[in-house]
Design a protein around this ligand. Structure first.
Ligand SMILES: O=C(O)CCC(=O)C(=O)O
Ligand SMILES: [Fe+2]
Length: 270
């Protein structure tokens, strides 16, 4: 018996049957790989973490716990973003061959892959991947347990956080710590979160508005509520594919959250 790929591409921006405002530029593809390829990719992911002695045995975070039992761990392939200098640096570790079945299905050329392990309960703070360092598409392949990905239209508060001088070392992009948004601040109005479930073996492509003008993140919590059902989280892995740009100039249409535009406006004329 031959297996036939069922690739379901849902253009969420035009999905009118669901009464949510989905971000423009978001595409979710489920069942990206054949079961055989998915199985091989999962094994390679586990070997990569075992090679760095990262413990991936599933430790469930109890409901209501303040912190996950273990932290998110990242392995970088291809050029890397240096959080201390805000510049892109070479990285001797090339993108491994086992990622080829995914890479051949990507809509654009990429030169960087970030493999991450999210133990149950772990998340990633809401952020916009730095405009000037990365290309037009931010692509996330998910493996393992499903997780709710949260999108929010960026606000003036997001811009303030992004362009604050202090930046957190080791985050995936601009994720500085700062006070939570003031819910009474009119600039936060309409900042309605949209949750999208990313199942294992799915590909989430962010371009245009959702890439440049929305934040994305994963809440640190032990369970997700999906269609009214509470689902405990398990081990999740992701591979973020991006095109790292060495010239560091962004030409997007979203100046409010663009570090290239912000820098140009804040550099005094000589
Ligand atoms: O884990 C993911 O799916 C996304 C990670 C992410 O947002 C990032 O690396 O910038
Ligand atoms: Fe990101």
């Amino acid at each position: 018996m031959t297996w036939e790929a069922t690739i379901t591409t849902v253009e969420l921006a035009t999905h009118t049957a669901i009464h949510h405002r989905y971000p423009q530029g978001l595409t979710l593809t489920e069942n990206l790989l054949s079961p055989e390829d998915y199985d091989r990719v999962l094994r390679s992911i586990l070997s990569a973490f075992h090679a760095i002695e990262c413990d991936t045995s599933e430790v469930i975070t109890p409901r209501g716990a303040k912190k996950p039992k273990r932290k998110r761990t990242a392995i970088h392939y291809g050029p890397q973003f240096d959080y201390s200098t805000n510049h892109v640096v070479e990285n001797p570790t090339p993108i491994p061959d086992w990622m080829a079945p995914i890479i051949t299905k990507l809509p654009v050329e990429i030169n960087q892959a970030t493999l991450q392990y999210y133990p149950p309960g772990a998340g990633i703070p809401p952020h916009i991947d730095t405009h000037s360092c990365f290309g037009s598409h931010i692509i996330s392949y998910s493996a393992g347990s499903a997780v709710a990905f949260e999108f929010k239209p960026a606000t003036s508060h997001t811009a303030e956080k992004m362009f604050a001088p202090r930046r957190v070392k080791g985050g995936p992009s601009m994720t500085p710590k700062s006070p939570s948004p003031d819910p009474n601040d009119p600039s936060e109005a309409g900042s309605q979160a949209v949750e999208v479930l990313l199942p294992g073996n799915s590909l989430c492509v962010m371009e245009n508005e959702v890439r440049y003008a929305w934040t994305h993140g994963i809440r640190s919590r032990a369970t997700d509520t999906i269609n009214g059902q509470t689902v405990p989280r398990g081990n999740r892995f992701s591979i973020t594919f991006r095109y790292v740009s060495f010239d560091g100039v962004c030409k997007c249409q979203f100046p409010n959250w663009c570090d290239t535009r912000h820098q140009a406006e804040n550099t005094p004329d000589t």
